[in-house]
Design a protein around this ligand. Structure first.
Ligand code: NI
Length: 492
């Protein structure tokens, strides 16, 4: 990543100039555990000293609610899951932001780091842990990454972990990440500050807990900094030696300006600027990490059909489910407006050959022709040629693989929907065979397949599956032309 997320920067200059943050500081205790201890802290008497700075008076305001309130981001994709990881029941919620791959990757690696750390020693987190995570476990854990500020070209995401901590005290860690929607630039909260202003802020934080927590010689990490458009800077940190309790300290605009570096002042300018560029990636291509959430890719072959395919689109749209359509060139030619409807709704489309023959019975030039005619038909109907294909009947050999010029996307679960023509048969079959990362084969030209989709989708989502497109399923793993894929490979 190249960024210092540990928040220890500035230590090198600790011996240098110490900025005295005077009477303008507002200090509040933020409780990290449940709400009850927060209420207790609110009863702190106003004359109590919370700092060694003589001018500072505590103004006990419970700021955690304000700080954690996510802001709406037009390009945001909110995600949520519950997973049983070792002894921990993890409630995770986070938001990807379209057009910011660097930010989304940072959120993913942070989240995977938290999940891996919660797993039993010697093991790693697996998406299957987020399936049917209803049974109670010992420890509750909340993990969140939410946009808390979005203005100009800046989006600020607060990443927060509330864990069980020592003796169930509820340890809290939080950090802010600053992303630029124009350049993709990614910084940590600490990057807002002049290094020499960090020790002064740290000493204010360690000075706070007099009478509430034991004094600590440890330096609190200064990683959670939230700049407001009016220039106030709120620093939130866990009290060293006191897991579960965070201090939030707000510097007024004047003191904040003195503490900010050039980047911090740039951010402040952006928080008062007109909104930056917006992104609109097709839903089937939006970022999802299937190493984190348990994913399944529903795929529908042999269409488009002018009757059944639009019915399916309605069901998918209502369920907020992504899917992939492997179309034949002949049907795309016969029903171009339906093909376009699928593409316009943002679903993924693959090449299923023109005439749906067994490719192993064709010469390589004939295979190529099947692929090219289908690409042309889908391009003519939708404006985009497919980049992946599925051979009819899954029939492929080395000659076919060499001729198609695209990755061959087969399946891990065969519904046999065309055979049973009965949702009472194929829905339980899929539910029994599904595993995280699987592609599921169905056919949108079968009316009985459409009849079973509401139940199938609701059951999968109820188990914790995220229904994704094939490109989403394989995001981050290369798809090589001529190679055969059935499911997403597990994280090594
Ligand atoms: Ni087929």
């Amino acid at each position: 990543m190249g960024h210092d997320w540990g928040g220890t920067r500035g230590n090198a200059t600790r011996a240098g100039l110490r900025i005295m943050l005077g009477a303008s500081c507002v200090v509040a205790l933020v409780c990290g555990g449940d709400g009850t201890s927060g209420a207790r802290l609110l009863t702190m008497r106003p004359h109590e000293r919370v700092s060694s700075q003589p001018q500072a008076q505590p103004v006990p305001t419970l700021v955690s609610e304000m700080l954690d309130r996510p802001v709406g981001v037009p390009d945001g994709d909110p995600m949520a899951m519950t997973a049983n990881v070792g002894d921990h029941r993890v409630h995770a919620s986070w938001t990807y932001i379209d057009g910011l791959p660097g930010l989304n990757t940072q959120i993913d690696s942070w989240l995977l780091g938290v999940l891996d750390a919660a797993a039993p020693a010697g093991t790693r987190y697996r998406p299957a842990m987020a399936l049917n995570a209803h049974q109670p476990v010992n420890q509750e854990m909340t993990v969140s990454a939410a946009p808390v500020q979005a203005a100009g070209t800046i989006v600020v995401v607060r990443e927060k972990v509330k864990g069980p901590g020592a003796n169930g005290t509820g340890a809290v860690r939080s950090a802010t990440v600053y992303a630029d929607t124009l350049t993709g630039d990614l910084r940590s909260g600490a990057d807002l500050l002049r290094p020499e202003s960090v020790p002064g802020i740290q000493s204010r934080i360690t000075g706070v807990p007099a009478g509430i927590a034991a004094p600590s010689q440890q330096e609190p990490p200064v990683t959670d900094l939230l700049l407001s458009p009016s220039g106030e800077l709120t620093v939130t940190a866990e009290l060293p030696g006191t897991p579960g309790r965070q201090v939030a300290m707000t510097l007024n605009a004047g003191d904040a300006r003195a503490a900010l570096n050039d980047y911090g002042r740039h951010v402040l300018g952006q928080l008062n600027a007109a909104d930056g560029p917006r992104h609109a990636t097709a839903p089937a291509l939006r970022h999802v990490n299937c190493d984190i959430v348990p994913c399944a890719a529903l795929t529908y072959d042999d269409g488009p059909d002018a009757q059944t395919t639009p019915q399916l689109l309605g069901i998918l749209n209502e369920a907020n489910a992504q899917a992939t359509f492997f179309m034949t060139g002949s049907n795309a030619t016969a029903n171009p407006s339906t093909a376009k409807e699928v593409a316009d709704a943002g679903y993924a489309i693959g090449n299923h050959t023109y005439s749906h023959g067994n490719l192993t019975k064709l010469s390589p030039p004939a295979v190529k022709k099947e692929i090219e005619r289908t690409d042309a038909a889908i391009l003519a109907a939708t404006g985009t040629a497919p980049t992946m294909m599925r051979p009819p009947y899954g029939a492929a050999d080395a000659a076919v693989q060499g001729a198609v010029g695209k990755p061959l996307m087969l399946w891990a679960v065969d519904s046999l929907d065309w055979q049973s023509k009965n949702p009472a048969v194929f829905v339980p079959k899929v539910l029994k065979e599904i595993t995280p990362g699987a592609m599921v084969l169905m056919h949108d030209v079968q009316p009985t397949t459409i009849s079973g989709q509401k139940e199938l989708i609701a059951s999968l989502q109820g188990q914790g599956y995220r229904l994704v497109s094939v490109p989403q399923l394989f995001e981050g793993t290369p798809l090589v032309p001529g190679h055969v894929y059935r499911s997403r490979p597990a994280r090594p």
